[in-house]
Design a protein around this ligand. Structure first.
Ligand code: IVH
Length: 725
């Protein structure tokens, strides 16, 4: 019986809707449809070998949707209808990776690849357990997209996350569900109860061109390159937008694997956390379970043969349908990988060979002096557009006047532009032989290009700055963008375009004015729908409850980054205490010397930062803005300042070694420091304790030989982080 017939009968006779018979028929047809459509998707998107004409596919899909509408209880997690995109989210939840998502060390030439191979062989030879030093390598394109982790439980997709800082990322499950090359349910059998697959999400070159053509014809902003487009598409809170983006996921490894009741038996040492004995076989296995994998992946029996692949792939690169920025070399055997382990953020057993930067020749048409948040004038080279490294480049940074002099570049010159990976294009050199008599020298302007205030270059600085401060609209715009950014006040939905309009229309003169913006004013702005305007008012309201460190960071004081702001907050505990110390700094008084130096007792704060803090808080208009912000309702709890000798690890020296799984190394270091410990790079008799993660080597051995206490990460967290508030 066809689906529509079943539904028609159900609708015609409500009594029948409860009949077991019809429900069973519908259920059976439904699961057939789910499987058929998923099969079709797999053939179409993963194997590039369609099995059904489009019209038949559309008909099946309609049947599926009809059944789901009539009997919603049938809807399953692996239904292809879920790919159209779920309801929008307010924000992405955080996901802690069960195993950290690492990065890769780089090699730039054959010598560095040979040295990598030598390093591994020496290490394996020294390892008493290992008799084997021949290494098979797998080489695969380094795809230029966004890393993702996708987890399956009992074969069904349950979670997808970004890499984030490697320890924790964002939950992008509903966005990833819309990607056709991501199986909603694994194919075949024999998969572990929990399988985490890692891979790259990217946009193919042809799809990217189409995407930008579509954006152009809709009068929307075009993307700079496929990588940015992929990243932007995944960061959408509305999965329906992601669903319209041509994203592909290519699986390149597994993460956490758990066979639970039915362990693999082939190799006892690695059986339960791998799906095969070698990386190459694991990729074949992932393909069998329905993942899209790269077709250029190749296994070699020696480093020399593997190195040969670099020129093969470099030659293929222009004809590949996707962008790559290098080749990843991986040790094939999981047993050897386990023996080699990790160094801090990267595995020892893999390396990324990076293609040389691409260069092109073009003309320097003019210089634009852009004004940044702190008033710094940065020269930007306006170039005759040229295609280099996969994108059309029309701007290049020149950093500052010293760089202009070093390059001896003039307007009208013929220049070599270089672009490597995702970095900002640069001018590599001038072709002096091509210089004509029209070429004109570049001079630093005497006035700000935006507000016409005089500019100033201090003797000890390479940069020239506009003296307009927040009266300069360029500086004000940047200051507001910084104030609302994620790590500062975190005001969701206040994008650059909106800030530009608010400043240009003089709707705000200081950051404090943000909090008196009214709905009708916001709704009148371009690119801001009514709904977004009221969301923005709510986001501003929500941002009012913050922390002292975030507030301090958001003020945009020069040289006061996130860490310095945290250190200041933890040291002084309250804003008045910070302001008092900042104003006292450098203030020579016969009876009050101690106070004037307190600022530089804070970690990370030296004389330069102290000078900037002093300058900032000595300006009356800055204090007025702070008062206005507090009057608008901004608030944060003061911090209970413990004096150093009250901290539990005061005076102790700790060492971190091996890879950590829950915390990043920076987080662990910051935690230790906040407990009063110093964190050192090597173990000595003075070391109090070592926190050792997987892959710990000589430092652990030394600690053990010296009888120093060793904690694993879990032990460290349990002892200090869970019990401490
Ligand atoms: S393996 C520990 N394989 O490159 C192994 N990474 O710095 C880490 N990438 O952001 C990953 N193509 O997303 C691996 N074939 C490939 C890759 C690949 C691209 C990215 C990865 C990560 C970065 C590593």
């Amino acid at each position: 019986m066809t689906a529509s017939k079943i539904i028609r009968q159900i609708l015609a006779n409500p009594l029948l809707a409860t009949s077991k018979h019809f429900e069973r028929d519908a259920k059976q047809r439904y699961s057939e449809l789910v499987q058929l459509i998923n099969d079709h998707n797999h053939h179409y998107y993963v194997l590039d070998d369609p099995i059904l004409p489009d019209a038949d596919y559309d008909q099946l899909f309609r049947q599926l949707v009809d059944i789901e509408a009539a009997i919603p209880s049938l809807l399953t997690d692996d239904s292809p209808s879920r790919r159209v995109g779920a309801e929008p989210l307010d924000r992405f939840d955080s996901v802690v990776h069960k195993l950290p998502m690492l990065s890769l060390d780089n090699a730039f030439n054959d010598e560095e690849l040979l040295a990598f191979d030598q390093r591994l062989k020496t290490r394996l030879r020294e390892d008493a357990d290992s008799a084997e030093t021949a290494i098979d390598y797998v080489c695969e394109p380094k795809l230029d997209g966004v890393a993702v982790s996708v987890t399956y439980e009992h074969g069904v997709l349950v979670r997808a996350a970004t890499r984030g800082d490697g320890a924790a990322g964002e939950d992008i499950t509903e966005n990833v569900r819309t990607i056709k090359t991501v199986p909603l349910k694994l194919r075949g059998s024999g998969y572990p109860a929990v399988l985490e697959v890692r891979g790259e999400i990217y946009i193919s070159s042809a799809d990217f061109i189409q995407l930008n053509e579509r954006a152009a014809s809709n009068d929307e902003k075009q993307f700079v390159n496929p990588r940015n487009a992929a990243a932007g598409s995944l960061r959408q809170l509305d999965p329906k937008i992601t669903a319209q983006r041509p994203l592909t996921m290519c699986a390149y490894s597994t993460g956490f694997v758990d066979y639970q009741a039915t362990p693999r038996t082939s190799n006892h040492k690695i059986a339960n956390n791998h799906i095969a004995d070698t990386h190459y076989d694991s990729i074949q296995q992932l393909a069998e379970w329905g993942f899209f994998t790269n077709s250029e992946i190749t296994r070699f029996s020696s480093i020399d043969k593997a190195i040969g692949f670099c020129s093969t792939l470099a030659a293929l690169r222009p004809s590949l349908s996707y962008e790559i920025d290098g080749i990843v070399f991986k040790v094939d055997s999981f047993l050897l990988q386990a023996e080699l382990g990790f160094v801090s953020r990267a595995p020892r057993w893999a390396i990324a060979y990076k293609f040389p930067a691409e260069e092109a020749i073009t003309q320097l048409n003019s210089i634009e002096w852009q004004v940044g948040r702190t008033g710094a004038l940065t020269p930007v080279a306006k170039l005759e557009p040229v295609f280099v490294g996969g994108v059309t480049v029309s701007n290049a940074t020149l950093h500052n006047i010293d760089e202009i002099q070093r390059l001896d570049v003039r307007v009208g010159d013929t220049v070599v532009v270089r672009r490597a990976g995702d970095v900002i294009p640069q001018i590599a050199r001038v072709i002096i032989e091509e210089r004509t008599t029209d070429a004109t020298a570049i001079k630093v302007p005497t006035q700000c290009s935006v507000c016409q205030s005089p500019v100033l270059r201090l003797d000890d600085e390479a940069v020239t700055r506009c003296t307009g401060g927040l009266l300069c609209s360029a500086q004000l715009k940047e200051a507001i963008k910084h104030f609302v950014s994620r790590k500062a006040m975190d005001v969701d939905g206040l994008g650059d375009k909106i800030v530009d309009q608010l400043v240009e229309q003089k709707l705000i003169l200081t950051v404090a004015d943000l909090y008196s913006l009214e709905l009708n004013v916001l709704a009148g702005l371009e690119r801001l729908a009514d709904k977004s305007a009221s969301n923005l008012i709510a986001a501003l309201e929500a941002s009012k409850s913050t922390t002292l460190a975030k507030f301090l960071y958001s003020l945009g004081i020069r040289e006061v980054g996130e860490t310095t702001a945290k250190n200041l907050a933890n040291h002084f505990g309250s804003l008045p205490a910070i302001i008092k110390a900042a104003i006292a700094y450098g203030f020579e008084s016969d009876d009050d010397h101690s106070n004037s130096e307190e600022l530089i007792n804070v970690d990370d704060v030296g004389p330069i930062v102290a000078k900037h803090l002093n300058a900032f808080f000595s300006l009356e208009r800055n204090l007025e803005v702070i008062i206005a912000l507090q009057a608008a309702g901004l608030n944060w709890p003061d911090i209970d300042v413990k004096s150093a000798d009250q901290l539990p690890l005061n005076g102790q020296t700790w060492v971190l070694t091996g890879s950590l799984e829950t915390l990043t190394r920076d987080q662990a270091k910051a935690q230790l420091e906040s407990l009063g410990a110093k964190v050192a790079g090597s173990v000595s008799k003075k070391t109090h304790c070592v926190v050792a993660g997987p892959g710990a080597g000589s430092k652990l051995a030394k600690a053990e030989s010296l009888g120093i206490e060793v904690l694993d990460e879990k032990g460290f967290i349990e002892r200090f982080l869970l019990t401490n508030d």
